[in-house]
Design a protein around this ligand. Structure first.
Ligand code: ADE
Length: 241
């Protein structure tokens, strides 16, 4: 079985790219699809780029061409809850589009129209596996914070959120722990293809006025922590074959 790995940015896939053995690359959709083996586990890795359309296109191509049995998305997110600090890790169990609004046709905010679904669920077994792995992983301290681990909901939209009022509005509606710009697209494409998925995110910023500065400052270290978790995930999956 092959595992698909996705992240939005080059900083987030770079470490994995360098770790892949027997690496081959196919260029498509203005990105690269890297196949090869990592700890005896066949994988396919791609950078989705930012935003939901890019993420959807890359996820669909990954599934159609490389047929991964599961997809794992890693990367950073903006925190929407005062308990979360920069560097903390969120194991995503539920995903929603915060900017999907077909209320004008009588659907709930965030609901995928005519599909009877609003909250998309990560694969339960992968969520528990991520939890077990994180208990055993010593994550790097970020901004003097020893990373804590949370399980919860992410809300995605095609906006880099930099404003606390907007965060409050999103949280009131969706009760999410964090925001990003890709997870809901990845989750929706996985749902349509019946591909189980997991999403593990590190907090890079608090989606407030300082978000742009924090994001740039913490992206690389957060990516390092994602790499540590991903590596253990891949080793665990490879053992279970
Ligand atoms: N990903 C990381 N930080 C984010 C933010 N503030 N808004 C949207 N996506 C993000």
């Amino acid at each position: 079985m092959r595992v698909g790995i996705l992240a939005a940015m080059e900083e987030e896939i770079g470490l994995v790219k360098r770790a892949i053995k027997k690496r081959k690359v196919e260029k498509a959709l203005q990105t690269g699809f890297y196949t090869g083996v990592w700890h005896q586990q066949p994988i396919v890795l791609a950078r989705s780029g930012l935003g939901k359309v890019n993420a959807a296109a890359v996820t669909q191509r990954m599934i159609s061409v490389y047929k991964p049995e599961i997809i794992i998305m890693v990367g950073v997110a903006g925190a929407c809850n005062a308990d979360l600090s920069i560097g903390d890790v969120i194991i995503v169990d539920e995903v929603v589009h915060w900017d999907l609004d077909v209320t004008g046709l009588g659907f709930e905010l965030g609901e995928l129209p005519f599909m009877g679904i609003k909250i998309m669920e990560a694969h339960q077994k992968l969520v528990s596996m991520a939890h077990q792995i994180l208990k055993r992983t010593r994550l790097k301290v970020i901004a003097k914070n020893k990373p804590k681990v949370f399980v919860g909901r992410i809300a995605s939209g095609d906006t880099f959120v930099t404003d606390e009022e907007r965060v409050q509005l999103i949280v009131e509606k969706f009760n999410n722990l964090c925001v990003d710009m890709e997870s809901a697209a990845v989750a929706q494409v996985c749902f349509l293809n019946k591909t189980p998925f997991a999403i593990i995110k590190s907090v890079s910023d608090k989606a407030d006025e300082k978000a742009e500065i924090d994001f740039a400052k913490f992206l690389k270290i957060a990516a390092g922590n994602s790499f540590l978790v991903l590596e253990k995930f891949i080793k665990e999956i490879s053992k279970q074959k």
